[in-house]
Design a protein around this ligand. Structure first.
Ligand SMILES: Nc1ncnc2c1ncn2[C@@H]1O[C@H](COP(=O)(O)OP(=O)(O)OP(=O)(O)O)[C@@H](O)[C@H]1O
Length: 258
């Protein structure tokens, strides 16, 4: 087991936008089957890191390995095959109001013609059931749903293709604390059921502890700490502890948190 490569391995990842060096040598390992939470101030590069892994942003330097294979060196087709095995829950849900919920849930499977419409409907009903929603929700428009239901639908979409890596970008933002805990529970259950590897960006420490096995903190363009998510707030690392406790005073300066 210990010889297996990490599911995701980032080495020396660098990305600048104009004069701004956002990623300045990000190194990170995510073990297969584990749940990694990425923490960091606003604008610290958490989403950019995930977008690099997903191929939405090309890094200036560094390597991205999935299952030990360098994705940046792959052909477009090989890379697509790898990305087909990933799911993503976007920060705002990113549901299409023009499509009913069930088509949103199976959007990827329909777009890639992996399922015909009848089977996709069944698949959508199953994915909706997995997140605690009845099949009747499938016929609604996303605009008719509450924020918590939209997050559930977005989660159903992320899991419908049974990916082996799932990214969650601030899955509980905008939800009340109880709904946040419900969504966290669903994420943990779904990830476990799929046997997937999960990477979550969150600012919500309660959520980080619930979802994460491990946590990593990005600061000044690098990963400055990784460790058990259960220790957040009491890690002994002054940067991480200030962030996790939400303290004004500490090594993180206000200018970095514009
Ligand atoms: N496509 C882009 N073009 C130019 N600048 C960008 C682009 N994408 C991100 N940035 C910049 O990179 C920096 C990091 O952005 P990123 O979205 O990764 O932050 P984040 O850590 O996810 O923040 P938040 O917690 O606020 O979502 C920001 O300064 C942002 O403006």
């Amino acid at each position: 087991m210990s010889d297996a490569p990490p599911k995701i391995r980032l080495r020396g990842l660098r990305k600048a936008f104009g004069a701004k060096q956002v990623l300045d040598g990000v190194d990170l390992d995510v073990r297969a089957g584990s749940s990694m939470v990425i923490l960091g101030g606003s604008g610290s590069g958490k989403s950019v890191t995930i977008k690099c892994i997903l191929g939405l942003i090309t890094p200036d330097a560094g390597t991205i390995e999935i299952d030990g294979r360098d994705v940046l060196a792959m052909s477009a087709r090989e890379r697509e095959a790898v990305l087909d095995r990933t799911g993503m829950l976007f920060q705002n849900g990113a549901l299409f109001d023009s499509l009913p919920v069930w088509e949103n849930v199976c959007f990827k499977l329909l777009a890639q013609k992996r399922l015909d419409r009848a089977r996709a409907r069944d698949k959508a009903a199953q994915a909706l059931a997995d997140v605690g929603l009845g099949p009747e929700v499938g016929d609604l428009s996303p605009a008719e749903l509450s924020g918590g239901m939209q997050k559930r639908v977005a989660l159903a979409r992320a899991i419908a293709s049974e990916p082996d890596i799932i990214f969650f970008d601030e899955p509980t933002t905008g939800l009340d604390p109880i709904m946040g805990a419900v969504i966290d529970g669903l994420i943990v259950d779904c990830v476990k059921r799929l046997g997937a590897t999960a990477v979550t960006i969150t600012h919500d420490m309660a959520s980080a502890r619930r979802i994460g096995d491990e946590a990593a903190m990005i600061h000044k363009g690098r990963i400055v700490w990784t460790g058990p998510a259960s220790t957040l707030g009491d890690t002994g690392n002054a940067v991480v502890d200030q962030f996790a406790r939400g303290e004004r005073e500490g090594p993180i300066q206000m200018e970095l948190r514009r």
